[in-house]
Design a protein around this ligand. Structure first.
Ligand SMILES: O=C(O)CCC(=O)C(=O)O
Length: 258
């Protein structure tokens, strides 16, 4: 069984900057993923105590070697928000990273036969607590570390049903075509990483409401973000980013061919 993009999906990806594939993983597979997810969160919290804590724009971060933990803003700053790179904490994630349902479409996007890992993130958005992600592109975060920022496609795995009330993933359709856009210049520490609102059209935003087990493939240049989780439902996601084979990962500099 192969999962390569159809010609129509390739065209959609080129034109819109994303492709949503629903029902890719079964409920029982997603149950297992959630257990892997939560055990990784517990490991992260455990080792966080030994890490180096710092604050950017009042947001709490902890670094342990090349692992970065990002916490929710106060008063929820004991709750994790992002764990990156997550596979370094839990080798069970390796099976997901290598799953052909993720890697075949990525190979279609890159038009190549073999890929390696660039980075992987567990994004938590706990009920009533999970904060939103402002509009941004991934490429400005990576441009100084990657030799080829145009070859870093992402796949987002929905671990919970996601809709507007629990902060589903949203994109600005077609915004990837403009490459790296200017950031906001608001004198904050992280402001440069949020996309200047005058450089894209908010009317092109699409809320990608998707059921658990769906996959969203998206371009590293697409402007994207999500609202806070105001609901009583979890909104967990695992985002994996690939690149052509034999290239060094973000942060660790090691090579992880798939
Ligand atoms: O999880 C989300 O809703 C957004 C994540 C995101 O924008 C990111 O990790 O770059």
């Amino acid at each position: 069984m192969t999962y390569f993009f159809t010609d129509q999906e390739k065209l959609q990806y080129q034109n819109n900057g994303y492709v949503l594939r629903e029902s890719q993983f079964s409920s029982s597979e997603i149950d297992i993923f959630r257990k892997v997810f939560e055990s990784t969160v517990l490991k992260a919290l455990e080792i966080s105590k030994a890490g180096k804590e710092y604050f950017l724009d009042k947001k709490r971060f902890v670094d342990i070697d090349y692992l970065t933990l990002q916490y929710e803003p106060e008063p929820n700053d004991s709750f994790l928000r992002v764990i990156e790179p997550a596979h370094s904490l839990n080798s069970d994630l390796d099976n997901i990273i290598a799953d052909r349902r993720l890697t075949d479409p990525i190979k279609s996007i890159l038009s190549i036969g073999e890929v390696s890992l660039w980075t992987d993130k567990l994004n938590l958005k706990r009920p009533q607590i999970g904060s939103g992600f402002g509009w941004h592109q991934d490429s400005p975060y990576w441009i100084h570390d990657s030799e080829d920022v145009d070859s870093l496609p992402n796949v987002y795995i929905c671990l919970d049903n996601a809709n507007e009330s629990n902060g589903c993933f949203s994109v600005i359709k077609g915004s990837h075509k403009q490459g790296c856009l200017p950031g906001t210049f608001d004198n904050s520490q992280l402001g440069g990483f949020y996309t200047d609102k005058d450089s894209f059209n908010i009317d092109d935003s699409v809320d990608l409401e998707a059921a658990e087990g769906s996959l969203i493939f998206f371009n590293q240049h697409i402007v994207h973000g999500s609202k806070p989780n105001l609901s009583n439902q979890e909104r967990r996601a695992y985002i994996v980013t690939y690149q052509p084979e034999n290239r060094a990962m973000l942060k660790s500099g090691k090579i992880k061919n798939i």
